[in-house]
Each structure stands twice: as C-alpha cells, then as structure tokens.
Design a protein around this ligand. Structure first.
Ligand SMILES: [Fe+2]
Length: 594
C-alpha cells in the first residue's frame, strides 16, 4: 500500500511517502524550495517523494493531510466570535487565511495531484504527532504525550500506544487540553516578548535561559493555573493571541514583566534590561519544565508504562526533555527526529497505514535519513569549474585529511548520503569543527552562522565514548540519539570541550551509534586517535536565514560564501583556495541560488 502524508499551510510544509508500512522518502519543502520554513503546499516535496519511489500520483492508495482543516477553521471562527468585538480587527485576516487555502485542502490536493477526492484522508493534528512519535520508536507499548502551540483545538494530548501480538496497532489519546490553553503558545508568547521570531526562535529562549536566574517564576506562575485533573489553563487576561495575530501578550503581561525587548536591540547581559530578559527566559523555561515533568509523572503513574513517546513542537525543548527523562519515572523517552509539524507528514501517513487501514505493524528503520542524497561527483564538477582544488580520495585517506584540517582548527562542511528529515543535522548535513576552543565557537558564530553569541553549539560523540565526557542518566543515550536532550558535560572536560559547552556546563549532545552514520562514526574514531578526544562540534550545514543544505551545489554555494575551509561529499574533498576568485559562471550560479 502506498500512502503519501502531507503537512502544509502553517509552518514547515513537508511530504512523506510510506510504502508497505515503511517510510521510503520524506522531506521538508524548504530543503527543496530553499525558502526557510516554507509553509506553501509542498508540491516540490511531493514530486520528489514520488520520483524517488518511481510512482505517479495515480499509484497512491491514499493521500493523508496532517490535520482536519475544517475543524481548525471552526476553532479560528469560534474563538474570533467569542472574543468579538475585541477580535474584529483580526477577524477578516483570520478568515482570509483560512478560506484562502487552508480549508479547501481536499480540493487543492485533488487538483494538484489529480488524485480522486475519495482517496484523500485527514488525521487529527495531534494523532499525527502521536503517530510520528510512537510508530517510529522501537517500543511495543508506550505512553504517548504530545504538546505544541495548537492544532485544530487540541494543544496537548496524552494516551498510549500498543503494537499488538496479532500485528495490529492501537493509538489511544484519552485526554486533551484545548486552545487557548497551550504550553506551546505560553512559551511562544515569551519568545515574542523577548524579541524573537515565534515558531522559529523558541530554542533561542532556551539558550538565553542558561544565562539567567529563574527569579520570575512566581510571575510566570500567575499566567498558568493547574487544574485538579493534572492539566492546566492559561489566565486569559495576560494574553492576546486568542484575539489578534498582532501581539500575543497583553498590557497586564507587560505590567508583570516590564517592557518587551526590541528585536533589533542586542541582548547585553551587562545591562539591567539584558539580565531581566535572561531571567525572564530562565523563568518561563523553569515553569515549562515543571509543568511538563508533573504531567509526564502523572501519565507514568496512570499507565504504569516504562516508555514514553513524546512529540509536538514543545518536544524540541531538550532541557525540558532531559528533566522529563530524569524525573517522570519513565525509563526511556523517545522523541522523533522531526517532532514538529513537518514530522506530521510522516506521522499522518503512518497513522493512516496502521490505524485507518489496519495494516500490520512493520519495523521502521531507526534513523532520520529520508531526504535527497548528495552526489560527490556534482560537488567535484562545481568546484573544478570554479577553479578550486579537488581531491578524490579513498575512505582512509579522506578521513586522515579531514582530521588534519579539524585538528588545525579548520571548519569542515560535511555532506553524506540522504539528508535528515527534521530540523537537526544528525551527521549527514553538518558543519564540523574541533570542540576544544571557545574561539572556534566565536568564529563559527561570526563568520559562518552569523548569529548571536549566546547560542551554543552541539557536540557529537560515539556511543562508546559518551559516558566518558557527558553525564548521561539511564536512557540518556537514547534521548541523545536525535539530539533531543541537553545533559551536563563532565566538569573535568568542560575546559577541553569549551566550544560545545554552554555557559551552564551543559550540551545538546548527539550520541552516535555506528550503524546510524558509519562514516561520521569513523571520523570521530580517527579524530579521537589523533587528539585523544573523540568528540566533534556538529552544527547544521547552513548560514543564518537559510534552510540546511540539501544537494552538493547548495553545500558548495554555502562553502564559497562563508568561512568554511573544506567541504566533503562522498569521496570528494574540496579545500578552499583562498586566492581563487569565483569564475563568472560560478558567480552567476551562486547569485541565482542566493
Ligand atoms: Fe503541531
């Protein structure tokens, strides 16, 4: 059975193709269109998925949309009417946004793909999140928790999933919290208040939190009330997201926390305002963690299960995830590589396969590499045309050369195989560097990533070596498989891992099993033999404002425009010739990609 999952029209559109119960292709639209967080209907991603499997739209048994667009429209309409007349300004915009494309999804899919309308299905948004978390995890029985901003009405669900002995699968989400009560929207309100982009920069709030003290948890606590059943409500007077798209916090919110940060003003921790913003970030982070830990703990007690599968955009918060693992009573915590809305494309397809059609359970490969592959030949061709030095090397020599570069402080653009599905570079589209010196971090922020100084970089370590350098609790290595947890760096190594250790001594470490990315594993091994520290700095291969690179030419273009010293794809290695000027054809091509 061939099922296409689609997420679109909100944030991070994506498509995923499941054939006979197993994913064969999945990619975010942004990776192909090169527009970051592209929310358009993912025609490019769909086309690529179908091409990869050599299918025509007519071959599909079903196309599954990741949420019920009519119900979402109902939520927008109902909440606008409830708060009328306060909402009258935002109402026409909300209606326009919904009616424009979002509601009539069946017609859009049918007209774009030529698939009969009866083959187009819809899942609940949180069922897609739940399926993405549970059906990709190597567990037979687990509690399920999902948390995000909002789907149709639900903002959080809790339940459990079972792979039965007869091959059937059950996912039951027994409880939900509904809009406007939302942990995701609470956190996003602070994201906006702190001058960052909502739905994109929540991780900056988490990064900033490490610089502050949670001295305002009492104020944050006034925004959220816990209910007797273990859920929560937000106190509406402090928010405006339910009535207007223009501002998510109210003037009463500002009375509590002071003036909001101007997004163009840098955060200076030497000033009272800078410290206030950092404290504010630390306080919302702490409250979020406390609520999540409490909810997860109750879920563990209720279900008595050992495993928790956890999805939704809130599951990108690695600091909270580490606390859930440590404090909830669950022994293992599975967060998929794409817990956000892009991952819902895969979740929706898997949900339809197992639950709607009732197909037998299948083991799903435990990795995130479902996107387009890189071609070393294309990299070599582009570099030669551009008058750069190209080496084609066998595996051992290639690794030696890369280790030479890394150990001399060089920065390496590393492309390997199929690209990751999800927001994180997990070893196939990474910028790699030595993890030792703070100067490396500063150089990366300044010359390559063009981003704020307070943002940390992540390390990658072989699973064999992880416990030597990081304080991983039981189950921590599993959570760190897809970089979903933040854990302490062992104090004795913080000095030697300065480029990847955050100000509070933590790191969002990726623990790499050999079978997931054997070449990166071999590189870590070679680097460890040379330097004694088998750890590398691993950050996504992109510059600020651009999606992660997908194909060789995008990698090469990025390499030429920033301070990366060496780029590798397959057996091809290109070292930047500092004096070379880009050829005219290359300049044109780079201009057209930029
Ligand atoms: Fe979501």
């Amino acid at each position: 059975m061939k099922i296409l999952g689609v997420s679109a029209h909100y944030h991070d559109s994506a498509a995923a193709l499941v054939v006979d119960g197993v994913p064969v292709a999945a990619v975010q639209e942004e990776r192909l269109s090169r527009r970051k967080n592209d929310a358009a209907f993912p025609l490019g991603a769909i086309e690529w998925c179908l091409d990869t499997a050599d299918l025509e739209p007519d071959d599909l048994d079903a196309v599954v949309f990741y949420e019920r667009s009519m119900l979402k429209f109902d939520r927008i309409l109902t909440s606008a009417l409830r708060s009328f007349p306060r909402s009258w300004r935002s109402f026409p915009q909300a209606i326009k946004n919904s009616i424009g494309e979002k509601v009539w999804v069946r017609g859009i899919i049918s007209s774009h793909l030529g698939v009969p309308r009866r083959r187009i299905l819809f899942t609940d948004h949180h069922a897609s999140h739940a399926a993405a978390a549970f059906l990709t995890a190597p567990t037979r029985r687990a509690a399920i928790l999902t948390a995000d901003g909002v789907g149709e009405w639900a903002t959080m669900t809790a339940g459990h999933g079972t792979r039965r002995d007869d091959g059937r699968t059950e996912i039951q989400l027994e409880r939900e919290v509904r809009f406007p009560h939302s942990l995701g929207l609470l956190y996003s309100t602070f994201t906006a208040y702190l001058g960052f982009a909502v739905n994109e920069d929540e991780y900056k709030v988490m990064g900033l939190a490490a610089y502050g003290q949670p001295s305002m948890t009492e104020q944050v606590g006034r925004l959220i009330r816990r209910t007797a059943d273990g859920a929560f409500t937000l106190v509406p007077e402090y928010f405006e997201f339910q009535t207007t798209a223009e501002r998510s916090y109210s003037s009463r919110f500002l009375d509590l926390f002071g003036p909001a940060r101007d997004r163009y003003e840098p955060i200076d921790l030497e000033t009272p305002d800078g410290r206030r913003f950092a404290d504010c970030a630390a306080s919302i982070q702490r409250v979020l963690e406390d609520v999540l830990v409490d909810i997860a703990r109750r879920l563990q007690r209720e279900t008595g299960l050992k495993d928790l599968c956890y999805g939704g955009g809130v599951a990108l918060n690695g600091v909270a995830n580490a606390r859930i693992l440590a404090e909830s009573g669950f022994e293992r915590l599975f967060v998929p590589p794409a817990p956000g809305d892009a991952g819902c494309a895969l979740g929706a397809a898997l949900y339809a396969d197992r639950i709607y059609f009732g197909n037998s359970d299948r083991t799903i490969p435990d990795h995130p590499f479902w996107g387009p592959s890189v071609d070393g030949g294309a990299l070599a061709k582009a570099a030669r045309e551009d008058n750069q030095l190209v080496d084609e090397l066998d595996s051992r020599l290639l690794l030696d050369r890369i280790v030479d570069e890394l150990s001399m402080g060089g920065i390496v653009g590393w492309m390997e195989g199929a690209c990751e599905f999800g927001p994180r570079a997990l070893g196939h589209r990474s910028i790699l560097a030595a993890p030792h010196a703070r100067e490396t971090r500063d150089r990366l922020n300044r010359d390559i990533k063009y981003r704020e100084e307070f943002r940390p970089f992540a390390p990658v370590v072989r699973s064999e070596d992880a416990a030597r350098f990081f304080e991983l609790p039981p189950g921590g290595a599993r959570l760190a498989r897809f970089m979903s947890g933040v854990f302490p760096v062992k104090p004795e190594f913080r000095g030697r891992l300065a480029a990847v250790t955050h100000v509070d001594g933590s790191a969002r470490v990726q623990v790499l099993e050999r079978e997931m990315a054997p070449r990166l594993h071999a590189l870590l091994d070679a680097y460890g033999r040379r330097t004694g520290i088998p750890v590398l700095l691993n950050t996504s291969f992109n510059v600020a404002g651009e999606p992660i690179v997908t194909r060789a030419l995008e990698g090469y273009s990025t390499f030429r425009r920033c301070g990366i010293d060496v780029i590798v794809a397959g057996t091809t290695l290109v070292k930047k010739r500092r004096t070379a000027s880009p050829s005219a054809s290359m300049q044109e091509r780079v201009a057209s990609w930029a």
